[in-house]
Design a protein. Structure first.
Length: 161
């Protein structure tokens, strides 16, 4: 199975920058990176002194009772986004993560929630969850902070088969 890894869509970020606020009304505010902040626009860690912003983000793009929103770091100015969409983001491989799966109706697939430690094979675990017939997509989150990392879907549309 080929997995598609999706960061925050560039268009949504661009609209927020133009508005000067995130989708929840928080001001788009410049912040100087200390160098540890995980950036969800391009799925890498910030370098020290980079211009970033802390925003509230929800990976859902339409109303859903399952919708979760929370704080994520992004670049203050537009960046290139995450282009290696067929590769597990390297900066997230050695992290404590939760694989938070959803079914084809958009509801959480509780039976397949998976907790990963630093040493686990994240990609294999993600493939395993995405290959479950009832799983349509997975939100990968931080286990420590709970915040959203990225969206994972099956590239060949084989999820559910
Ligand atoms: Zn970025």
């Amino acid at each position: 199975m080929e997995i598609q890894y999706t960061a925050i869509p560039v268009e949504r970020l661009e609209a927020m920058r133009e508005e000067g606020k995130d989708e929840f009304g928080n001001k788009w505010q410049l912040r100087v990176a200390e160098g540890w902040e995980p950036l969800r626009c391009c799925l890498r860690k910030a370098s020290q002194d980079e211009d970033i912003a802390l925003i509230c983000y929800s990976p859902w793009d339409s109303a859903s009772p399952w919708m979760e929103a929370g704080p994520v770091f992004v670049h203050y100015e537009a960046c290139a986004g995450y282009s290696a969409t067929d590769q597990y983001p390297a900066s997230h491989l050695r992290s404590k993560a939760i694989l938070n799966p959803f079914d084809h109706t958009g509801a959480r697939a509780y039976d397949h929630i998976t907790f990963l430690g630093n040493e686990d094979d994240h990609e294999a675990a993600l493939k395993d969850v995405l290959s479950q017939p009832e799983v349509a997509f997975v939100h990968v989150r931080s286990q420590e902070a709970g915040c959203f990392h990225f969206l994972a879907t099956s590239r060949d549309g084989s999820a559910g088969r």
